[in-house]
Write a protein that binds this ligand. Structure first.
Ligand code: MSP
Length: 502
């Protein structure tokens, strides 16, 4: 048993949650559920990023105060995650007192260690990114991500001596081959460090919506250097050193590729400057694209997780998003694609398997669960699928893990098709076939649980298991087992009705 501390980025509260946010948060939830099935002590943190110009301006245009804007939108994120059955352990808001304290503690430490100084700054700022750009980064004078003009700004700022960390960051890359995955993003991050690091402006005087610089009341910390520290706040930085010491070494961050520079370069340097070790591990994913366009409000793609969950069902949405969009590369995403995936894998695949097996057990065996054959061909199939799925979950590849798990569904359906138990008379042969199919179903329910917790608990109950699936422990739960004691199968309504692609 180990500790496992996983974080999502904290989302800006200028706008409502969309499927891009849901994608990261769902992957994190599934990964945490997989670890919990091993009995790990898991802490899953998500939350909202509430300071900065972007939020302040959104509030102004909505005729709200920044606090009202943050309260309202932060609640919408929590509602979306509750709806999608995200089992987060804590939801952090950067406007909370505990976070202010943590930011002030960490940045003061950087200051005391000589990594902060005051200077004047002039640059071009993208409000959507909440970032300054060098002239060489611009595309046609515009922000390379938002393709919009930048705003010139000049200020007296505090600076963080990022330039002092080049060698130590490169040493981190050299000594830790798995610090960032997948490899392509790791190379990208390392190239940023090698290209040379300029000091960062980390405070602002022009706004007051932020965390106050503790040694200079005229300044607030610039939103990114407040936001990144949420990961430390979440496990007690600045408030509970013991708790922080317990959890921090187990830290992993999930991030989208758009925020690599902040997480893979600036954040590790800040941690080093504040004497916080070890450095976290990072898992980076690409963009979810809708017909080739980034699915964000800026591209007018306003697909809400709630709408999709209503059309497909919560577990159907969870499964099809995780299964169809590998963690790492950019991935195309369409409603039709999700429906097709649900119909193939859930209605025709898993749902059909459950329905056929339960129907025959109820009609021919008086509902009592027969024992599986220890030498069943399906025993090897499930063992191999489990190995492959476990390796994939460990590599943060839910899509591959689910693909491996569905090998069991396919092979079991084929096995039933070949043996035709619905045509057999009651007796040892029928019992053996049904016992095998039920055991395969039991194992699929365990392995698919991180993606579809409620449906897998329901399968679990229908095949007569008494204690909740969530209490099962891997790897034991995936082993081909012996005679079941007193289990009874129940035939219910089809679990995954066919969906229509409209
Ligand atoms: N507030 C910052 C993050 C601070 S973390 C210390 C931020 N917020 S955001 O609301 O813009 O959300 C960023 C994250 O949402 C991305 O890194 C990514 O995880 C997710 N996504 C937003 N749009 C996305 C897609 N179209 N596709 C996949 N994920 C995307 O940046």
């Amino acid at each position: 048993m180990g500790r496992f501390y996983l974080t999502t980025p904290i989302y800006y509260v200028n706008d409502a949650p969309h499927m891009g946010h849901a994608y990261t948060t769902l992957n994190g939830d599934a990964i945490c559920r997989w670890r919990r099935l091993h009995g790990d002590d898991v802490f899953y943190l998500t939350g909202t990023d509430e300071h900065g110009l972007k939020v302040q301006r959104a509030a102004e245009s909505n005729n709200l105060t920044p606090v009202e804007q943050a309260d309202r939108t932060s609640r919408r994120f929590r509602e979306a995650w509750d709806l999608l059955n995200i089992a987060y352990d804590d939801f952090i808001r950067t406007t909370e007192e505990r976070h202010h304290l943590s930011v002030q503690t960490l940045m003061s430490r950087c200051n005391e260690n000589g990594y902060i100084y005051k200077d004047s700054y002039e640059g071009h700022y993208c409000v959507s990114c909440e970032a300054y750009y060098n002239p060489s980064d611009l595309e046609g004078g515009n922000c390379p991500i938002h393709e919009r003009p930048l705003e010139p700004m000049a200020e007296e700022n505090y600076f963080f001596r990022l330039s002092a960390f080049r060698d130590r960051l490169l040493e981190w890359f050299d000594s830790t081959p798995d610090n960032i995955s997948p490899e392509g993003y790791r190379n990208e991050a390392e190239a940023l460090v090698r290209a040379g690091l300029e000091d960062l402006s980390v405070s602002r005087t022009s706004i007051n919506w932020g965390v106050q610089v503790p040694w200079d009341a005229d300044h607030v910390f610039y939103v990114w250097y407040d936001a990144l520290i949420n990961y430390a706040t979440g496990v007690g930085y600045g408030a509970d050193p013991e708790r922080f010491a317990d959890w921090w070494p187990a830290t992993r961050h999930l991030i989208g590729k758009d925020i690599i520079r902040f997480h893979c370069v600036y954040w590790p340097a800040m941690l080093m400057a504040a004497d916080v070790s070890p450095l976290p591990k990072l898992h980076v994913h690409g963009w979810l694209l809708l017909s080739g366009a980034k699915m964000a409000k800026t591209s007018l793609n306003q697909i809400t997780p709630a709408d999709l969950a209503e059309s497909l069902g919560v577990d159907e949405l969870r499964y099809s998003v995780l299964r169809d969009n590998p963690f790492g590369p950019d991935s195309d995403f369409s409603f039709e694609g999700l429906v097709q995936r649900c119909n193939t894998d859930l209605a025709n695949g898993l749902g059909n398997l459950l329905q056929r097996v339960s129907a025959v057990v109820v009609s021919s065996c008086g509902s009592a669960v027969p024992a599986p054959d220890p030498d069943s061909p399906l025993a090897d199939v499930t063992a191999a699928a489990y190995e492959a799925a476990a390796a994939a979950w460990d590599r943060v590849q839910p899509s591959v893990a689910l693909e491996s798990t569905w090998r069991i569904v396919r092979e079991t359906n084929e096995y039933l098709q070949g043996r035709q138990p619905w045509k057999m008379r009651p007796g040892a042969e029928l019992d053996a076939v049904l016992g095998d199919a039920l055991e395969a179903l039991r194992i699929v329910a365990v392995l698919a649980y991180p993606a579809m917790p409620d449906s897998c608990e329901e399968i679990w109950r229908r095949i007569g298991m008494q204690t909740p699936l969530a209490q099962e422990r891997l790897p034991d739960a995936a082993r081909w087992r012996g005679r079941p004691e007193g289990r009874e199968v129940r035939l219910g309504q089809p679990l995954f009705p066919r969906l229509s692609p409209q």
